[in-house]
Design a protein around this ligand. Sequence first.
Ligand SMILES: Nc1nc2c(ncn2[C@@H]2O[C@H](COP(=O)(O)OP(=O)(O)O)[C@@H](O)[C@H]2O)c(=O)[nH]1
Ligand SMILES: [Mg+2]
Length: 380
Amino acid sequence: MSGAWLVLPTYNEAENLESMIAAVLPRLAESGVEHHVLVVDDGSPDGTGRIADRLASEHPEVEVLHRAAKAGLGPAYLEGFGHALAAGAEYLLEMDADFSHDPGELPRLIQGAADADLVIGSRYVAGGGVENWGLVRRALSRGGCLYARALLRVPVRDLTGGFKCFRREVLSTLDLSRVAADGYGFQIEMTYRTLKAGFRVREVPIVFHERRAGQSKMSATIALEALWKVPALRLKGRGDRRPQCRSEGSRQGWRRSLSSDARQHNPRGEPPMVGSVPDVTDSNFQAQVIEADGPVLVDFWAPWCGPCRVVGPVLEEINDERDDLQVVKLNVDDNPQTAQSYGVMSIPTMIVFKHGQEAHKVVGAMPKGRLEQELEPILA
Ligand SMILES: Nc1nc2c(ncn2[C@@H]2O[C@H](COP(=O)(O)OP(=O)(O)O)[C@@H](O)[C@H]2O)c(=O)[nH]1
Ligand SMILES: [Mg+2]
């Protein structure tokens, strides 16, 4: 493993890049982890790429990826992530190369990832903010985040910001080849998918500054595109859920899957089911279920299980309607340990946990009304 990789996308940042590198290197060093900076330049006509090459020859921590032409922020980050993952990065950081994001916050973002999988530098939590923005820009950015948050039903307040630290597990789990959005939409999509895959997301307050030199590359079109694509993102998330059909009996498939490579049932490497019900995994089960404040219903499912497909939408509805119960799902193919330790022998099985203890187990698909009857005494 090779510590923290800061990915800096640049397009015409000739005036900012050298001072950015000078500012970020000591801050990364402060965080105490081994660190690298990867500049991803899209053939900037102002010569940013040449400056980046010179800086790379002066600083062993700096590397440069040259892309032929301007192809957008999202694709630039994805290529940078791919390079950093291949080099063994443990923490992958996003940051604008124009001083909008304070290099002084880098150690806090990295430290925050000690017990979170994605740390977001957030303008819209207590202590965060924006400097020198007019009322209209403020309202557009805030409104955009509120709109995306409401539509996607996620608890994150700053969905469009680009100052982030991902743990390696997130980016190696998400199928990055399916991330299609660009600009602000890219930021929304990455955070949404991270949450839906069951990872822990934390926001830490930051103040966003006006860029120091040069001009913004984001246009009103990119901002509007992000907004109109949000509903599609939700639908696309639902598409992710489309299960693989298997002809074998589900019990047989389940038994086999416990002892064999989980991925064999998911040969295309599809991401986990996505909807309003988040996924939990063997590794975050303790934090998300056992240590949860209120009751949690865990739906044990697998993509090849027909009856699970019947239960899925019922649980989505129950999750949306009830404030007194949190519903999560666990793919038994990918997470056999938890399923085995709770004696889940067939699926779907739903277990309600209260204060970390198994309070009630329901086995098999059933209509919504009956499931609610089963739950009533436990939640009363
Ligand atoms: N490589 C690459 N970087 C980009 C592209 N578009 C924007 N950037 C960089 O992404 C960062 C954020 O862009 P910026 O224009 O500052 O967005 P704003 O802060 O929302 O106005 C800056 O470092 C830009 O240089 C692109 O198409 N390719
Ligand atoms: Mg900027």
